[in-house]
Design a protein around this ligand. Structure first.
Ligand code: MLC
Length: 507
């Protein structure tokens, strides 16, 4: 298949540093837990994570807490290969559960802290989850048919912390199942292996020159690969440290730079949008690296941040199914509006329609129990079709031009139009629904629903009320427009670009 492609970008040597360039392929094979625990036992007193529960947590503490969590999971009857759902806030107990699960070969299904009971139940069922770990008591009364435990409760378990059988993993073992809705509206679980996680973190270590002295301001949610894999996993591999915030707040970030002597910040464009209007944004000049990802960073925002801090943000490109693939270089030109060069180990191809394909050690193992969807996504040679449309810019960098209209990226979260349309159609007041992403300066795109009502006198609240029960906040339409009929082509397909253009004209 690759022979029909017009352009192929090879892994770029620009990301390599020194001797390691010689043996990049070997560097990318391994598993994280063994490396993490090796660091924790070698330098047990080194501060690794600042958390609101305990302030500085050392490597020795992380070893102990993750062992405790592994032991508690075992006592709950969860063993190697079983799945648990982690409804993650950024608390120390949840981090310890995550680490304990991965160390013992338990597969983690990360879920957004704002997920509703209905969403948790559906995903827990689809992934055959045997335990849901949730930060609070908020799930009580939701009628979940799987056992639910609080993260803090697991760690309070006075069991034996000298759990054996940890860190014995193969690169092909499943580590995470991350649910994405895809175009059908039914969430699919992307199975990410220990080898995928390891190769991604190793590549990022090289590309972004991570050092043990680095300190990251970690304000991303730990329920998605950006916060969990690119940030937390990598800093633990490198032996660096992080200040973990409960949630993103621009004032907290600008204060924390000097307070914690930080060196790095990773964020989504919505965070940069809020940071550039913070009166103290210039304090971020002290950082050595600011990375943006998960959604396109507008060149104007790139410039504003650069003018305010002296730092050109480093934009990179990734997706749940392949982790980080392409990055602007650490040294050398960072081009606004382009995502850069393939990371170590990553090949990038553009098919005749301009769709970006990637092949790398971090391409996922397929969708959980869904061979048909897997075969649609990854071909026999291991190339993943991303669905994003790209081109090569004048610098030889990958530039993204667009993607499937049914994927909306809002504040760095992926929202699939079909899932929202299906949720709307469950309401008998809705006859037809089409959901689109409208351009928004703050969110990148905003979820907007066009609805043909099933009867007269329906208002927004009639539709939003039930959605609050069914969908996490970021997925809910921020606006609902009532229309008489949906524009369709002669095949009957809804022409969403007309809806977007009409709505833009109306503003
Ligand atoms: C929150 N809200 C959103 C939203 N986030 N609405 C649309 N889009 C979003 N992304 C809603 C809330 O539910 C709430 O609604 C209302 O907005 C006000 O919330 P807020 O306090 O203003 O927002 P905040 O909580 O501060 O969240 C903004 C944010 C957050 C930017 C911090 O969206 C965020 O953490 N985004 C990061 C997403 C991420 O990690 N993506 C990585 C995916 S991995 P209501 O109705 O409840 O009041 C990936 C791969 C890769 O894509 O390469 O990285």
């Amino acid at each position: 298949m690759a022979d029909q492609w017009t352009v192929l970008l090879e892994p770029s040597s620009r990301h390599f540093q020194g001797e390691s360039a010689i043996d990049a392929a070997a560097l990318l094979v391994g598993t994280l837990p063994a490396k993490w625990s090796e660091r924790w036992t070698t330098v047990p007193d080194r501060p690794v994570l600042w958390t609101r529960e305990r302030e500085w947590v050392t490597g020795g503490d992380l070893d102990d807490l993750s062992r405790r969590a592994a032991g508690a999971l075992r006592r709950h009857g969860v063993s190697r290969g079983d799945r648990i759902a982690l409804c993650g806030d950024s608390s120390l107990p949840m981090i310890a559960c995550y680490l304990g699960a991965l160390r013992s070969g338990v597969v983690v299904v990360p879920m957004n802290a704002g997920a509703t009971g209905a969403e948790i139940l559906r995903i827990a069922g689809d992934a055959g989850v045997s335990l849901v770990v949730h930060p609070g008591e908020t799930l009580a009364g939701m009628g979940l048919s799987v056992p639910v435990v609080a993260g803090a409760g697991l760690l309070a378990d006075p069991g034996d912390a000298r759990t054996g059988g940890l860190d014995e993993l193969e690169p092909g073992d499943a580590a995470l199942i991350c649910f994405t809705s895809g175009t059908t509206g039914r969430p699919k679980g992307a199975v990410i292996t220990h080898g995928n996680l390891y190769s991604c973190s190793r590549a990022l270590e090289q590309a972004w020159r991570w050092q043990p002295e680095d300190r990251l301001l970690l304000t991303l949610p730990l329920s998605h690969v950006h916060g969990l894999c690119f940030s937390l996993n990598t800093l633990l591999l490198v032996g660096a440290s992080a200040v973990v915030a409960e949630k993103f707040d621009p004032g907290w970030v600008t204060d924390a730079v000097a307070k914690y002597d930080a060196t790095m910040f990773f964020g989504v464009p919505t965070m940069y949008h809020r940071l550039v209007t913070d009166p103290d944004v210039a304090r971020m000049a002290q950082l050595r690296l600011c990375v943006s990802g998960s959604a396109p960073l507008a060149p104007t925002l790139f410039e504003k941040f650069q003018n305010a801090t002296g730092h050109p943000p480093l934009e990179r490109y990734g997706l749940t199914e392949a982790l980080v693939c392409v990055s602007n270089p650490y040294e050398g030109l960072r081009v606004p509006g382009s995502v850069g060069l393939p990371l170590p180990g990553v090949e990038v191809g553009l098919d005749p329609e301009g769709i970006v394909h990637v092949r790398s050690p971090s391409v996922f193992a397929g969708y959980y129990e869904n061979p048909a969807a897997t075969a649609d996504a990854v071909d026999a040679d291991g190339w993943l079709r991303t669905g994003d449309i790209g081109a090569v810019d004048d610098h030889g960098y990958l530039k993204l031009l667009g993607r499937n209209i049914d994927l909306i990226v809002t504040g760095g979260y992926n929202v699939y139009a079909r899932e929202i349309e299906n949720a709307l159609l469950e309401n008998e007041l809705v006859s037809e629904a089409a959901v689109v992403g409208m351009p928004s300066e703050e969110w990148g795109e905003e979820v907007v629903a066009f609805v043909v009502p099933g009867r007269a006198a329906v208002d927004e609240e009639d539709l939003l009320g039930p959605l609050r029960r069914d969908l996490a906040g970021y997925k809910r339409p921020r606006r609902i427009r009532f229309i008489d009929e949906l524009p369709r082509n002669h095949m009957g397909k809804v022409q969403k670009h007309h809806l977007i253009a009409d709505q833009q004209g109306a503003v």
